[in-house]
Design a protein around this ligand. Structure first.
Ligand SMILES: Nc1ncnc2c1ncn2[C@@H]1O[C@H](COP(=O)(O)OP(=O)(O)OP(=O)(O)O)[C@@H](O)[C@H]1O
Length: 594
């Protein structure tokens, strides 16, 4: 998967095909009844609206010359009713179609969100998250009008066109044919601008996505930005990104707005043409009333045509968004269950890496022939320089990525052959900077097992020594925390995530130990909490504390994706090899908090 960043346009992996549009229409199916009702309302409205010029013709040609005041009043009455009917129909149409539009949007968003929950780490590794966000929020929004009003308008505009042409033919066939003279010119204009417009909107969607990615990244990194006083520099970058968006927008609308004035100019020209022809034939072939009514219909004729032109524009614009939306929905998760996958039975916790080779990119080798065996209940400490591959090893155990060669077995079963949720359910993963969701502390702990009772949550918190600090808070377990837990200290976040993992009661525990220095009280609580967490589980710890490493059943010393040394702290210290050197190196002594 190609990697992308905020200033690089994304390549389109699945360009627009007509089937995409059909698929989009599929989202309207559940709203069929409302759509039919709206079409009916719109047909009534346009019928009532279209009758106007014909009533004027009757008034000028028959009622006024005949001095028929009653007839004239009746025509005025019919006109009034027609206007009221049009207004009422429009009102209900707007209400119904807003419901339909929002319903469809919600449905597409649900599909996108469900898909995003399934996509593997590699998908998120490969692009800025702001570019994913823009698809779910902005692109979907852009479709709403097309789907709700656009399609209904198209149907009613086609209906109006047919009725208008019908009235025009009834009034004068020859003039009707002359009025159509502008058509071929319009067809040529549409043909010429179509491709340019499509490219312009694709470019615009890319620039919008880039801008979103940069804003998202800037918000996430705001603390670092302010700490390093990078505001001015960031503003310059933002101006560049936003400037490209603005230029793309200007280009896209310049092309788009060629269509409307073209239609207006053609319509004005043909109307003038009809006036010239019509006026010269008044009294011979055509009456004044007929000419006025005919021109009235001609103006009306170009209006739905302009609307259809705009609908066409909207489709072209929407294509650029649809391509991205369906590309995301169709993205195949890199990690999928084997068709013959079996449910992993409750495991004891034996883990084996057999000659595992792995790289994030196709040609890359991050792990090179990793081979080791862990017995149930063992604690494995992974140590080594930064970037040596420790996190990568533990990521493979939960099958966040697939190995390129070799096998990972749990209780003797290759993890590639088991159902992924049944595997992950038995794994407890705790990252160095554990994620805290917005909500209460209770909710955050319960994330480990959604059906846990309050008592179970509190019991887990007590076991990992988190209860003391939680009960000291004003609202205790009901204290609201922000997204990412910004109201909590890093030690407190760690303790909450210990409780979360303990509640899930996994057989295998994967833990990236925090390196941040914390106060002695929390440090002691963390150590005690950790001891309770490890009890009776197979645990992999990317260890930074000497105390954790010393207590481990086995230490794996990793360098450049290979295991260089394996053994207990005593064995490896005696060996005076890489591990011993690392322990004695100044940087590591500091890191392990000795
Ligand atoms: N998502 C990723 N995509 C591509 N390369 C990655 C990814 N994550 C890590 N790497 C690369 O894989 C190598 C091993 O990284 P890993 O995170 O496993 O190291 P580590 O030993 O855990 O380091 P640290 O102690 O700093 O956390 C590094 O060279 C890193 O650049």
């Amino acid at each position: 998967m190609a990697r992308n960043k905020f200033d690089v346009d994304e390549e389109l992996e699945s360009p627009f095909r007509l089937v995409h549009f059909k698929r989009l229409l599929g989202y309207l199916t559940p709203h069929k009844k409302q759509m039919i009702l709206t079409v009916f309302l719109m047909l009534m409205a346009s019928g009532a609206n279209l009758i106007g010029p014909y009533l004027i013709k009757l008034a000028i040609d028959e009622k006024i010359p005949g001095n028929d005041m009653l007839g004239l009043a009746m025509l005025a009455g019919i006109y009034l009713i027609a206007i009221i009917v049009t207004g009422l129909c429009m009102k209900y149409r707007i209400r119904i179609m807003s419901q339909v539009g929002q319903g469809v949007i919600q449905h597409i968003r649900e599909d996108l969100f469900t898909q995003l929950q399934k996509l593997s780490f590699s998908y998120y590794d490969s692009r800025p998250h702001g570019k994913i966000l823009v698809r779910v929020v902005n692109y979907v929004n852009s479709l709403s009008d097309l789907l709700s009003n656009g399609i209904i308008n198209l149907i009613t505009d086609l209906f109006s066109l047919t009725v208008i042409v019908g009235f025009m033919i009834v009034i004068d066939v020859k003039l009707t044919l002359m009025a159509m003279a502008g058509f071929p010119i319009l067809a040529i204009i549409i043909f010429v601008i179509k491709n340019a417009q499509r490219r312009a909107w694709q470019d615009l969607s890319n620039k919008q996505s880039n801008m979103n990615a940069y804003i998202h990244e800037s918000i996430n990194g705001i603390k670092v930005t302010q700490a390093f006083i990078r505001e001015e520099e960031n503003k310059k970058i933002f101006n560049e990104v936003a400037g490209s968006y603005r230029s793309s927008w200007m280009k896209a609308v310049r092309i788009q707005f060629l269509l409307s004035p073209s239609i207006e100019n053609i319509s004005a020209l043909t109307v003038s043409f009809i006036y010239v022809i019509g006026i010269s034939s008044i009294g011979e072939e055509i009456t004044v009333g007929s000419l006025i009514a005919f021109v009235g219909y001609m103006w009306m004729f170009w209006m739905p045509l302009a609307n259809i032109g705009n609908f066409y524009n909207a489709i072209i614009n929407a294509m650029a968004y649809l391509e991205r939306i369906f590309e995301t929905i169709d993205e195949k998760p890199a990690m999928i269950n084997d068709p013959h996958a079996v449910i992993l039975p409750t495991i004891k916790g034996k883990v084996e890496f057999e000659d595992v080779v792995f790289g994030y990119e196709r040609e890359e080798k991050i792990l090179d022939h990793i081979h080791f065996k862990v017995n149930p209940g063992d604690t494995i400490a992974l140590v080594g320089a930064t970037g040596s591959g420790k996190t990568t090893i533990v990521s493979l155990i939960s099958r966040f990525y697939d190995v390129k060669r070799g096998q990972i077995k749990i209780d003797g079963i290759d993890i590639k052959t088991v159902n992924i949720p049944s595997l992950r359910k038995q794994m407890g993963i705790m990252l160095q900077d554990p994620f805290i969701f917005s909500g209460t502390i209770m909710d955050n702990i319960r994330y480990g097992r959604l059906d846990a009772t309050d008592e179970e949550v509190i019991k887990a918190a007590k076991a990992v020594q988190a209860h003391t600090f939680i009960s000291r808070m004003k609202d205790g377990y009901q204290t609201e925390v922000n997204e990412r837990g910004t109201r909590l200290s890093s030690g407190q976040r760690q303790l909450i995530s210990f409780a979360r993992v303990l509640l899930a009661n996994p057989r295998v525990l994967i833990l990236d130990e925090a390196t941040s220095s914390i106060d002695t009280e929390t440090e002691l609580a963390l150590q005690k909490g950790l001891e309770n967490l490890l009890l009776g589980r197979t645990s992999f710890i990317i260890a930074h504390r000497l105390s954790t490493i010393q207590k481990a059943t086995k230490i794996l010393f990793i360098e450049k994706g290979r295991i260089l040394e394996e053994g207990t702290h005593e064995e490896l210290t005696k060996k005076k090899g890489h591990y011993w050197k690392l322990c004695n190196s100044q940087s590591y002594s500091l890191e392990i908090g000795s």
